[in-house]
Structure formats: structure tokens, C-alpha cells
Write a protein that binds this ligand. Structure first.
Ligand code: KIV
Length: 282
């Protein structure tokens, strides 16, 4: 399948065809995602928790994002890949924002970048878009500013909070975003924004009315153990499968059942008599 590009996502929105979007952080997972027919992959800064074991996304550095994005690009050469701008890679200046956004394209071969925030990141969005980069906005529960939000809490649950999200969506759309991700907001608010904007609007915990859905791969496959957000649907339990396999291996090693002859290498046929002779004398 050829890689879908931005105009195809607009076409999917127009036709009402849903977009399947998933995070990936490494080469093999990206291969699986591409083989599964994923429309879009996010190299999310959620890798801070899912891969590095940090308590949140704040410690994630730009270089880490680039390493993982490069690996994902190699694993999914024919899938649209979005690089997620980590904390302080864009907030402090417009110049820094453009430079770091550009790194995702130049060094990792990403197709687009994503950044969190509404009205307060309008200058950064304008500048990144003006430099020719495809940008996905991200509003609602924005983990990088969860301290200000009072934790990882759903947003837009009051009229004033919903109206603020709508104003944020309008402002960043006017600034030039090409797609928007809504995280953890009520479906009626997400549905309103999806209808209001002509661009693809993706949901993670924002209900079925959006143009597509995003999940964190570590949640989807049942690998991430620390907590499970309400919006997650687990499609597998790889933690159980992996731990089960490892336990069986430990048991086999302890019992001398592994390795079996089939897992070993034989000496070259003509060398064997020489070996036997040598051992006899040794
Ligand atoms: O980093 C990530 O995976 C994200 C999602 C939580 C939306 O930004």
C-alpha cells in the first residue's frame, strides 16, 4: 500500500472514512502497525512512560524522540509518521520550535509533527507551518501541562471549559494546523469541534464522532502496567504472554530442559574423529 499523505486524510474526512492512528516507539512495533494497515503512526512522547519508565512525559528529550522516530520510520516506510514535540522543545521560542520540528523531518524522516496547546502556541504553529511542515495540534488533556490542569484529568466537562477548547481549536486552526488531536474530552464537545473544522480531527478518549481514533500501543496490546485510562480498550495481554514465556524459560533452564540437542551446533563431520582423538590424549 502506498503511504497516505495529508490530502488523503482530508479525503477520508470528506467521505466519512475513519482514520486508524496508533503510537509506536520502535522498529518491530512499527512493522506490525504497518502490516496491520494503520493509516498513521505517532511517535509519542508517551514513550517516556511506556519505554523509559519515567513518571510522565516531562523528562523526555528531543534526541530521544529523534532516535525512536528514526527506528519507527525504518519499520514503517509506507505509513504516515508524526513526531511528537517533547516538553520545552517548542514552548520557549518560535525559533526553537521551528528548528526542533524540522529535526523530525530532516533527521528522522517524519511526515508531520504534533505539539500540545491552544491559543498560547499560536506563534509557534504559525512559524512551523510557514516553514513548510505539516502540523497536528493537540488540545484537551495535554499531558505536558498536566500540572496546570490539576493532573491527568478530562477537560471540557463544564460549559466554560468546553467553550475555551472551542476557542483554542479555532485559534490553532486559523494559525494553520493541518490536523487536530482531541484528548479526553466529552464526545459532544469533540463532535462539535469535528463538525466545526474542515481538517481531520482525531480522538484519544474523545468519543466516536471524531474523524479517527488514536490509542497508545502499549495500552492496546496490554503491555503498560502502571495504570489504564478510561478510554483504553485492551486488544491483547502481551504482559501475560511475555511473562508466561519468560517463566517457562526460567523453569526449563533450572530443570536442565533447555537447550535440547536441536538447539545446539554439531562439529564438522570430518573434524569429529580428530576431536575424539584429541580428547582421549588430553
Ligand atoms: O505522546 C503521546 O502518545 C500522546 C498521546 C497521549 C496523545 O501525545
Amino acid at each position: 500500500m502506498p503511504k497516505k499523505m495529508i490530502h488523503e486524510f482530508y479525503e477520508m474526512k470528506r467521505k466519512g472514512e475513519k482514520i486508524a492512528y496508533l503510537t509506536s516507539y520502535d522498529y518491530p512495533t512499527a512493522q506490525f502497525a504497518e502490516a496491520a494497515g494503520m493509516d498513521m503512526i505517532l511517535v509519542g512522547d508517551s514513550l517516556g512512560m511506556c519505554v523509559y519508565g519515567y513518571p510522565g512525559t516531562i523528562p523526555v528529550k528531543m534526541d530521544q524522540m529523534i532516535y525512536h522516530a528514526e527506528a519507527v520510520r525504518r519499520g514503517a516506510p509506507n505509513t504516515f509518521v508524526v513526531g511528537d514535540m517533547p516538553f520545552l522543545s517548542y514552548q520557549s521560542s518560535v525559533e526553537k520550535a521551528v528548528e526542533n520540528a524540522g529535526r523530525f523531518l530532516k533527521e528522522a524522516g517524519c511526515d508531520a509533527i504534533k505539539l500540545e496547546g491552544g491559543r498560547r502556541v499560536v506563534p509557534q504553529i504559525r512559524a512551523i507551518v510557514d516553514s513548510g511542515i505539516v502540523v497536528m495540534g493537540h488540545i484537551g488533556l495535554t499531558p505536558q501541562s498536566s500540572g496546570q490542569l490539576g493532573g491527568h484529568k478530562a477537560q471540557g466537562r463544564t460549559l466554560s471549559s468546553a467553550q475555551a477548547l472551542i476557542e483554542d481549536a479555532k485559534a490553532i486552526h486559523e494559525a494553520g494546523i493541518h490536523m487536530l488531536l482531541l484528548e479526553a474530552i466529552p464526545p459532544e464537545v469533540a463532535g462539535y469541534i469535528t463538525k466545526m473544522l474542515p481538517i481531520p480531527v482525531l480522538s484519544i478518549g474523545a468519543g466516536a464522532e471524531c474523524d479517527g481514533q488514536l490509542l497508545i500501543v502499549s495500552d492496546l496490546i496490554g503491555q503498560f502496567q502502571a495504570f489504564t485510562p478510561k478510554f483504553v480498550k485492551k486488544y491483547a495481554n502481551v504482559a501475560e504472554v511475555i511473562t508466561g514465556a519468560m517463566k517457562a524459560y526460567v523453569a526449563d533452564v533450572k530443570a536442565g530442559k533447555f537447550p535440547e540437542p536441536a538447539h545446539t551446533y554439531s562439529m564438522l563431520k570430518e573434524e569429529r574423529p580428530k576431536w575424539d582423538e584429541w580428547v582421549k590424549k588430553a
